[in-house]
Design a protein around this ligand. Structure first.
Ligand SMILES: *[C@@H]1O[C@H](CO)[C@@H](O)[C@H](O)[C@H]1NC(C)=O
Ligand SMILES: *[C@@H]1O[C@H](CO)[C@@H](O)[C@H](O)[C@H]1NC(C)=O
Length: 494
């Protein structure tokens, strides 16, 4: 009889046992070198004159992200290619088709909104006419009409690669040197004298043009050599792999300096990751399972990189979740689930020492990868993903080296809530204690925090709605984390 009572008491107390976070503040995992950032990709809604354009660039300004990426992507060639047709210098008017109007609208707005923060260009869409193809694809007159097969061919017409290198040299000169002299000897003036801190050589090289890595490496060297003349201080980013898990050989070939010309920098490599859930009932579960699979490869990539080219940095400059089932639609909580996936990946990648992790992408809309959008495409207001990134930048962003951030060993409270504690050095030289919470599940959890006392908890979760800024509440001894909540707990005690 008594043993039954005792058993019941034990079961009852076990099920009410509070979850606990315990941090070992002196046990350093790594001094963070990870920059949280984002990318913005060419489409008609990112023009400053679009119905949401003004709000979009305001959002970018308020993010204060370092090392963001401008991606001049191919579906809108009139917006992403500066010379749409081959020059004809034997025509009477020495005709070239150089036209930067639409590129300028995007790039100038982007550079103004990110002023004071370094960024990188990925003007990845090569003029299609430079490739060996049977027939060029027609370019729609309306720049807003996407053409999904603009990129054709795997080999350049000019075997020496000089034509493509010259194209990128002129693009670089347009933004950094006030203009350039075109193929027919005409001066093309931009009056832009921007400092361009980073230049990426193409996008998703193994899928967009199906470049073999040997050919890509040759092209990289020729293009970098030319662009470097105009951007001597820029850092160059190579590879931009769609899925590095399938392409170890690309990384090991590219990072081997014996495969490059002399004096070609290997400053950065880039690769991408998207969770691709396919069922609405298991969205979050699939997002996190797939993220774990990707994360399990990072030590392998890091081993390749550090053994071949230890000073080369890594930017995972596209990270997100894609759920493209228009017939199902995106529910309100999709945005916070996706934000939680990003926060989780960001913290895990920081522990591996990855240098930059970029949320993909500022603006998507139906027909143009809506599920990766960081804003409401009708109003331009940020969604939960945007506000999650904003919190990450604010709390554990490196702010151009002005803020020291240290990851410390943190005991996980349970399998559904991920936690990571940080020590963040303030300007006054004091170390502030913070803990990131990511609830991967739909159950609300109450979690006791060892040594907390009083604190503030800034969070974004589904209860705030899909397009709402973070909320900060005062807490004592414990925190409550709602479904898919992402939050930073700031301890009042130092
Ligand atoms: C270049 O212009 C000349 C003179 O107008 C013309 O005869 C020739 O066909 C043009 N070449 C091409 C490739 O369009
Ligand atoms: C680097 O490349 C060279 C030339 O292709 C090759 O001989 C060498 O084995 C490679 N090194 C490594 C570590 O793979």
């Amino acid at each position: 009889m008594w043993s039954i009572v005792i058993t019941i008491v034990l079961i009852v107390s076990a099920s009410y046992a509070q979850l606990l976070v315990r941090t070992h503040w002196h046990d350093v995992v790594i001094k963070s070198r990870t920059i949280p950032t984002f990318q913005i990709v060419t489409n008609p809604l990112i023009l400053p004159s679009s119905k949401i354009g003004k709000k979009v660039y305001q959002n970018i300004k308020e993010l204060e992200a370092d090392w963001s990426r401008f991606a001049g992507w191919f579906p809108y060639p009139r917006m992403s290619v500066a010379e749409l047709y081959p020059p004809n210098c034997s025509s009477v008017d020495k005709k070239t088709s150089w036209d930067f109007k639409l590129l300028d609208e995007q790039i100038v707005s982007f550079l103004e909104a990110t002023r004071g923060h370094p960024s990188h260009f990925s003007i990845s869409t090569q003029p299609a006419w430079m490739f060996k193809v049977d027939k060029l694809v027609d370019i729609p007159q309306d720049f807003k009409s996407p053409v999904w097969n603009y990129l054709q061919g795997t080999q350049l017409v000019d075997d020496s690669i000089q034509q493509l290198a010259d194209y990128y040299g002129r693009v670089a000169a347009w933004y950094s040197h006030g203009g350039f002299v075109d193929e027919c000897g005409t001066l093309q003036k931009s009056n832009h004298f921007y400092n361009v801190p980073g230049f990426e050589i193409f996008n998703e090289i193994e899928t967009e043009h199906q470049f073999k890595v040997e050919y890509y490496t040759k092209v990289y060297d020729k293009v970098v050599a030319k662009v470097k003349k105009y951007l001597p201080n820029a850092e160059f980013i190579g590879l931009s792999l769609t899925d590095p898990r399938k392409n170890f050989d690309y990384m090991s070939y590219f990072l081997n300096s014996s495969n490059h010309d002399a004096n070609i920098p290997l400053d950065w490599i880039s690769y991408h990751f998207y969770s691709l859930p396919d069922s609405k009932s298991t969205l979050a579960k699939q997002m996190f399972q797939q993220a774990d699979d990707f994360l399990s490869y990072i030590p392998i990539f890091e081993k390749i990189r550090s053994s071949l080219s230890p000073t080369t940095k890594t930017t995972i400059n596209e990270l997100g979740t894609i759920f493209e089932k228009p017939e199902i639609g995106l529910s309100d909580d999709f945005w916070i689930m996706s934000g939680a996936q990003f926060a989780y990946c960001f913290a895990k990648l920081s522990a591996f020492g990855i240098e930059a992790v970029g949320m993909s992408q500022m603006v998507g809309f139906p027909g143009q990868y809506p599920s990766v959008s960081m804003v409401n495409w009708e109003t331009g207001v940020g969604n939960s993903r945007y506000y999650v990134l904003k919190m990450i930048i604010k709390h554990v962003g490196l702010k151009m080296g002005a803020q020291d951030v240290v990851l410390v060993s943190t005991e996980q409270p349970c399998s559904s809530v991920f936690v990571q504690s940080y020590l963040v050095a303030t300007k006054g030289g004091e170390w502030v204690k913070k803990t990131l919470f990511v609830n991967k599940g739909e159950e609300k959890q109450n979690i006791k925090v060892d040594g907390l006392g009083d604190g503030r908890f800034e969070y974004v979760d589904g209860s705030l709605g899909p397009f709402s800024d973070s909320k900060t509440v005062s807490v004592k001894d414990s925190v409550e984390v709602g479904p898919y909540c992402v939050g930073f707990l700031v301890y009042d005690v130092l």
